[in-house]
Ligand binder design. Structure first.
Ligand code: SF4
Length: 310
């Protein structure tokens, strides 16, 4: 088995939320090998909503904006609105979404406001207000091979300020609190930068900043960078990769998915694209019990068999 393994926040979160959904999303393409066009993002693991389309539109518009800003082109307000509208319409078309005009207009207004507020955020001032600042922007799809795993952990933005590189993660939607695991994930931006030509390879040369949208405003915080926390980030990737390998082995020996663990929480099943074909579609608790019974039966029949052969 030589799966084309990669690590990204999307893949890791799905893996930890529902191994069965992770296998359904990634297994076939990963096992197709490096020539597979996939490797990274695959079909949606849940039905896209208008808000998903909005987030996608905001992210692509933001990248467009940075591209233009990098070469000194300034956007006017009507141009920004027009661009968000275009990107949202593309994202909705791709997801086959339709919505009444007044609702769409409201979402557009909120999206434009969100982007304007981001440009004015404290954390981005060295880029937005000091023309002399060295900076660069990246796409999440800029992968990098680190210790045999393709890592999709590029920062959204990096700038040199006060003798260090600040690596910025921008989250267009976020929950009220960030877990310790999420903080550790952000540190993987440092690993990515350290492996990148043109960036220093000592952890002490970096700051990590997270700018995240929550309840209609941008919140900002720093994540401490040190060798101990970086080792924890490496361990997180190692753990996920071992888990991925184990799941792929289970799936290869029984592609029916019967042996693959189900979601941790019933909320993960809400809107899951695999629900119709998943036993959890009739209730997660019931499906988990049935799976446990089935696995126990298999184990017991194996034990009985080996006793008979003694
Ligand atoms: S319905 Fe629930 S258990 Fe089944 S694949 Fe989706 S998230 Fe996992």
């Amino acid at each position: 088995m030589n799966p084309n393994l990669h690590w990204s926040q999307t893949s890791s979160r799905l893996l930890n939320a529902c191994p069965r959904a992770w296998v359904s999303t990634y297994a076939a393409n990963l096992m197709a090998g490096p020539s597979s066009p996939s490797g990274q993002r695959l079909g949606p693991q849940r039905r896209p909503t208008l808000d998903d389309a909005m987030v996608s539109a905001l992210r692509t518009t933001w990248t467009d904006y940075l591209e233009d800003r990098f070469v000194g082109t300034v956007w006017s307000k009507p141009f920004r609105e027009q661009r968000v509208k275009r990107r949202l319409s593309d994202a909705m078309e791709a997801s086959k979404l339709k919505t009444p005009s007044p609702k769409l207009a409201l979402h557009l207004k909120q999206g434009v406001h969100q982007l304007e507020a981001l440009e004015q955020s404290m954390g981005l001032r060295p880029v937005m207000e000091s023309p002399g600042t060295r900076w660069a922007y990246f796409e999440r799809l800029d992968g990098m091979d680190i210790n045999g795993v393709r890592m999709f952990t590029a920062p959204d933005l990096a700038f040199y300020h006060q003798q260090r590189w600040t690596l910025v993660r921008i989250q267009f939607r976020s929950t009220s609190l960030q877990s310790m695991a999420q903080q550790i994930e952000h540190l993987l931006m440092v690993r990515w930068a350290m492996a990148q030509a043109g960036f220093p390879n000592e952890a002490s040369a970096y700051r990590v900043k997270v700018i995240r949208w929550h309840r209609r405003r941008w919140l900002e915080h720093h994540v401490e960078v040190n060798e101990r926390l970086l080792s924890q980030a490496d361990a997180l990737v190692h753990h996920d990769v071992q888990e991925m390998k184990w799941l792929l082995r289970c799936w290869q020996s029984d592609p029916s998915l019967k042996t693959i663990p189900l979601a941790q929480d019933v909320k993960t099943c809400d809107g899951c694209a695999y629900r119709k074909r998943c036993p959890a579609g009739q209730g997660l608790k019931k499906a988990k019990k049935a799976q446990e019974r089935e696995l126990l039966d298999v184990l017991q029949s194996k034990e009985t068999k080996s006793l008979r052969t003694v």
